[in-house]
Write a protein that binds this ligand. Structure first.
Ligand SMILES: Cc1cc2nc3c(=O)[nH]c(=O)nc-3n(C[C@H](O)[C@H](O)[C@H](O)COP(=O)(O)OP(=O)(O)OC[C@H]3O[C@@H](n4cnc5c(N)ncnc54)[C@H](O)[C@@H]3O)c2cc1C
Length: 388
């Protein structure tokens, strides 16, 4: 068994774990980060994620944003969002200018974000052990123990933070799963007119479809039943684009090309409790959401940032003790459940084929569009999270 007692052991140097480690970088703590991927082992295939303006502010504080923004083609601002439903009335528009912001959010390359975070970890001299696959994490009242596959004794720490995207190996924590029986098809789509910062969220009875501006094209996220997505993956480009145009019913037209079609199964997975003895779970390890509102990573980033603030605020000898962990869990409860409720509620109201819901849906969209205070509150919660 190791005799070194680290202050914080971070499991997972993905976007959330790396952000936590960077937020702790100046705190004069003994931190070690473990990740299963090999050094410089970025994901083989890239995908796009939508970051909110609030996430940009956190990355600016962590000194990651400038590096990311310098990477050619890695960041595209979203200045306006057009929300509509297929086969029903009611639309809503969200605009950055109404909030005096340069953008509501940004479409970012996951690989470029990970590369910028890896560079920042190196610059901050935070020790990262790549190729270290964690098989188990748990705790006693005195310390957390983290077992790395193939190593004899556990690493010991005051606190183990699990940011491995699944939370599968943590003692004392469970996850609840709701299978949406939906799959997301992601692809890149070109139109005759470039996106100019305008994103589309289109609710259809079979599931939401989003077009996110990304350089000269859109990142498409089309959700549907596994069988429907299988058929979309198999169809030729021309038929695919014709079906996409049909889905958008004239709201967006002129689709000319499609590339890089891939699919992901969709489920909601939530850990009812995010803390156990000497351990905390954050990011997708704590909650994996449906991508409908593009909230998953933004919520995970806020987990990381808030946990870092609480750790920094805690005397070293009390890091990871029950009262610090209870404070963290209490602090994040409202924002987490609001994120889950927003995602789940949107799918219940808008991803439902019932014709009875067409009117309430239309009224909800029309009210959102016509009532500036409601729109402001909604947009604020999307950009910065929910706080009591
Ligand atoms: C199709 C799709 C679209 C999405 N779109 C959006 C969007 O628009 N906006 C948004 O906010 N979110 C979106 N998300 C969600 C977003 O991608 C996740 O929230 C984000 O990747 C979570 O980051 P993370 O660091 O918690 O986990 P991950 O990104 O999964 O990183 C986990 C890290 O842990 C490491 N690891 C895993 N297991 C172990 C182990 N046993 N031991 C050691 N290390 C380990 C991995 O190598 C990895 O580096 C989307 C997700 C999908 C599937």
């Amino acid at each position: 068994m190791s005799t070194v007692l680290h202050d914080v052991i971070v499991v997972g140097a993905g976007p959330v774990g790396a952000s936590l480690a960077l937020a702790l970088a100046d705190a004069d703590l003994d931190i070690v980060v473990l990740d299963a991927r090999p050094e410089s082992g970025l994901p083989g295939s890239d995908r796009s994620i939508a970051l909110s303006h609030g996430a940009r502010l956190i990355f600016e504080r962590l000194q990651v944003w400038a590096e990311l923004a310098r990477t050619p083609g890695a960041v595209t601002p979203i200045t306006d969002i057009d929300i509509s439903q297929a086969g029903g009335f009611g639309t809503a528009g969200l605009h950055a200018r109404d909030h005096h912001l340069p953008a509501l959010g940004y479409v970012v390359s996951y690989s470029a974000l990970q590369a910028a975070l890896d560079t920042a970890l190196t610059r901050a001299r935070i020790p990262v052990r790549y190729g270290a696959t964690v098989a188990h994490a748990g705790g006693t009242p005195a310390y957390a123990g983290v077992n790395v596959a193939g190593e004899s004794g556990p690493l010991l720490g005051r606190l183990a933070v699990i940011a491995d995207g699944s939370g599968a190996h943590v003692a004392g924590l469970s996850r609840r799963r709701h299978d949406y029986e939906q799959t997301a098809l992601v692809a890149k789509v070109w139109c005759r007119q470039p996106p100019h910062g305008l994103a589309y969220e289109r609710f259809t009875p079979d599931g939401p479809v989003a077009l996110l501006p990304e350089n000269d094209h859109y990142a498409l996220v089309w959700t549907g039943s596994p069988a429907a997505v299988q058929a979309l993956l198999a169809t030729d480009d021309a038929s695919f684009l014709a079906r996409l145009a049909l889905r958008f019913g004239g709201r967006r037209t002129g689709f000319t090309a499609i590339a890089q079609r891939r699919s992901f199964p969709l489920a909601l997975e939530v850990a009812p409790s995010t803390v156990s003895t000497r351990c905390a779970v954050i990011g997708n390890a704590a909650q994996a959401l449906h991508p409908v509102a593009g909230q998953g990573f933004n919520l995970g980033l806020r987990d990381a940032y808030e946990l870092a603030r609480i750790v920094i605020d805690t005397p070293v000898e009390s890091i990871g003790n029950p009262s610090m962990l209870a404070r963290y869990a209490r602090h994040r409860r409202w924002d987490r459940w609001a994120g889950v409720a927003l995602t789940h509620g949107l799918l219940g109201l808008f991803g439902n084929a019932s014709p009875w819901l067409r009117w309430p849906r239309g009224i909800a969209l029309a009210m959102l569009d016509a009532m500036p205070p409601a729109k402001h509150m909604f947009t604020h919660a999307m950009l910065f999270g929910a706080h009591l």
